[in-house]
Design a protein around this ligand. Structure first.
Ligand code: AMP
Length: 434
């Protein structure tokens, strides 16, 4: 993770590998003076996780310093990089984000803002960006608004963040979302100007933010993430009931949906799995064996509760199936009489190329098996997923508009809303399939 600041004449930066608290103590923060700063926590998808890829990335351009922090993933970064390198650009990282710096540096437009817009016109994929220049800050979202970005105020200061929860924790007030395709410029006097260089295409924000990615205490596009997750549980209970004694969440990701499922079905909600808060996210552990071991250390069965009971287990998603298999086994070992798995998203059949870390398709359980085979694989008595329309109902839509979907749901539908220049050879997507 990293932070870059600017004090009116110099840029300062500290970047390191590890969690925020490992990289930053008061000493490092004190060495970042100024009236403007941006920070970034890397969740690496494209490019490696070495120090040179830690953001904000910084470059000295003809116009002065330029710092950039990126949430998302550029799906033609490799193609752009090939062209740029052929013309003489020298890359210092393997991060897709660096292509934007080189595109800005080589653009021939007169102002930095125009060079930045010119660069973004060549980029495809998902990007919410925060850039710092000697003139101020530019925040922008890609034309489809795939990744979120919000704006708030703390006293006289303007604050941008991916999620509203980041505003809450520093005591800032939410102002509004940065709109899809919008560039918001803030100068050092606090003057805000908004630009829409891409017209107004139909937005396609990521629906997986609602399912899993965002914090439940965030509000996205006016919808409480927690409320949506509970509602997915309600839809799931209507679509896929099961005769059981208890509804049990896989902590923490399955909790809100399990509450909704329990309320709708009338089956009691209980904590049948207790989670250790001292083991981190298992998903991001490299290697299958490490993930297996961590799932075991992270979750433990509440045997006194589940013994002899028919249970409904709720989780938000199945990706590789590692978590579900371990949890079902754990429930059986603890004496559960029946285990019915219910998932608060449709089957994840396709990889994400827009910034959510999903393995390649061959490793996605749902890309390789039908639901019956998946149930057998995870050793559940039954398995069901919420339907895509059920998910859309939960986020407040009547149904998915198949001609022009309201969200990016490519991980479930294979309907990728942008070109995928870098990936098309590796995994031919169903582009804009109805
Ligand atoms: P798996 O064991 O591969 O099936 O992973 C499924 C679990 O990982 C689910 O319980 C989710 O809570 C979590 N998960 C799903 N997608 C992601 C992601 N992109 N990054 C981190 N965790 C995830």
């Amino acid at each position: 993770m990293g932070i870059t600041s600017y004090d009116g004449s110099e840029f300062y930066s500290h970047r390191g590998l590890g969690h925020v608290a490992q990289v930053f103590s008061q000493k490092e923060l004190d060495a970042l003076p100024g009236m403007m700063a941006s920070g970034h926590v890397r969740y690496s998808t494209t490019g490696g996780s070495g120090l040179r890829n830690v953001q904000p990335l910084f470059a000295d351009l003809a116009s002065g310093g330029f710092a950039i922090a990126h949430n998302g993933n550029i799906s033609n970064a490799m193609a752009l990089k090939r062209d740029l390198v052929a013309k003489g650009s020298i890359f210092q990282s393997t991060s897709d984000t660096e292509t934007i710096i080189h595109l800005v540096a080589t653009s021939r437009y007169p102002t930095l803002l125009d060079r930045f817009i010119d660069a973004l016109r060549m980029v495809e994929g998902a990007y919410s960006l925060i850039c710092m220049t000697p003139e101020g800050m530019i925040a922008c979202r890609d034309p489809l608004g795939i990744r979120p970005l919000v704006m708030g105020r703390l006293g006289d200061a303007i604050v941008f963040a991916s999620e509203t929860v980041a505003l809450d924790v520093i005591g800032a007030e939410f102002t509004r979302a940065v709109e899809p395709g919008e560039l918001v410029q803030v100068d050092h006097k606090g003057t805000i100007s908004s630009h829409r260089p891409f017209g107004t295409p139909s937005p396609r924000p990521c629906i997986f933010e609602h399912v899993y990615f965002s914090r439940p205490d965030s509000v996205m596009d006016g919808r409480s993430v927690y409320g949506v997750r509970k509602q997915i549980g309600v839809e799931l209970a209507k679509e896929a009931p099961a005769p059981a004694d208890l509804v049990i969440p896989v902590p923490d990701s399955g909790v809100p949906a399990a509450i909704g499922y329990a309320q709708e079905s009338g089956i009691p909600f209980e904590l049948g799995i207790i989670r250790s808060h001292y083991v981190g996210r298992t998903f991001i552990q490299p290697g299958e064996q490490a993930r297996h071991n961590d799932v075991k250390r992270k979750h433990n069965a509440n045997r006194a509760l589940v013994e002899g009971k028919k249970i409904i287990l709720i989780d938000d998603s199945i990706v590789r199936g590692t978590t579900s298999l371990k949890i079902v086994e754990m429930m059986r070992d603890a004496g559960a009489a029946e285990v019915h798995m219910r998932i608060a998203s449709p089957p994840t059949e396709h990889s994400c190329f827009y910034g959510v870390d999903t393995p390649e398709r061959s490793k996605l359980l749902a890309a390789n098996m039908d639901i019956e085979a998946m149930a057998a694989f995870i050793k559940a008595d039954s398995l069901a997923f919420v339907s895509i329309d059920g998910l859309y109902r939960a986020v407040g839509e009547a149904k998915r508009n198949s001609k022009c979907p309201q969200f990016c749901d490519a991980c479930f539908s294979g309907d990728y809303p942008t070109k995928l220049t870098d990936f098309t050879e590796r995994q031919p997507p169903k582009l804009n399939a109805a």
